[in-house]
Ligand binder design. Structure first.
Ligand SMILES: [Zn+2]
Length: 169
C-alpha cells in the first residue's frame, strides 16, 4: 500500500493544478474565488471618490513602492491612475509597485501584466461600460460571448491612447 504521505502529496498537487487552470464556465462569481481584497469601509476611489466596498467585485488595487495602497472602483479608474499618476496618486508613475485586478471569469486577483483588457465589450463597471480584465487563456471565449474590438495591456496605455479608447464607450 502507498504510504499516506504520498497520497496526500498527490491530492495536494491535483488541487494546485485545478486552481491554476480555471475554465471560464460560470462568469462573474467572485464569491467562488479563494482570494479577495481586504477592503475597508473608508476606502474610496482616488479618481471618482466612490466607496470601494459598494462595488467590491470590480475593485482594483494599486500598491506604491512607498508602501501606500489604493483601491480604485474598477479597471477604468485604475487606468486613469496609470495615465495620470501624479494627479490621482500624488506620485510619478515609477512609484507604482504593483497593480492587480479581479479577473472577469474567476474573480481571481491577478497582476495586470498577466491579464489582457478587452475594449468595446458589454462589460459594465461602477462607472458604466469599461475595459474588462480577462485571463488571456479565456480571451476567445470572452470575445465570443461579450464582444469587444480591441485587446490591450494596461501598461501600454498613455493619456492619448486612453482618450481614444474612451470614445468607444
Ligand atoms: Zn473610480
Amino acid at each position: 500500500m502507498m504510504p499516506i504521505r504520498f497520497v496526500v502529496i498527490f491530492f495536494t498537487l491535483l488541487l494546485m493544478v485545478d486552481c491554476s487552470n480555471p475554465v471560464p464556465p460560470n462568469e462573474g462569481d467572485p464569491s467562488q474565488s479563494d482570494s479577495s481584497f481586504t477592503i475597508k469601509a473608508e476606502d474610496q476611489c482616488p479618481v471618482c471618490g466612490m466607496t470601494i466596498q459598494e462595488h467590491a467585485k470590480f475593485a482594483a488595487s494599486i500598491e506604491l513602492k512607498t508602501g501606500e495602497h489604493f483601491f480604485t472602483c474598477g479597471p477604468g479608474c485604475m487606468v486613469r491612475c496609470w495615465v495620470a499618476t501624479e494627479r490621482y496618486l500624488g506620485h510619478p508613475q515609477q512609484a507604482i509597485a504593483r497593480m492587480q485586478v479581479q479577473e472577469f471569469f474567476s474573480g481571481r486577483i491577478m497582476d495586470v501584466d498577466n491579464v489582457v483588457f478587452i475594449v468595446g465589450s458589454d462589460f459594465i463597471g461602477p462607472m458604466g461600460r469599461t475595459i474588462a480584465p480577462v485571463d488571456p487563456k479565456h480571451e476567445t471565449t470572452y470575445l465570443k460571448r461579450h464582444g469587444g474590438d480591441q485587446v490591450i495591456q494596461l501598461r501600454s496605455l498613455d493619456k492619448e491612447k486612453w482618450e481614444a479608447i474612451q470614445k468607444k464607450f
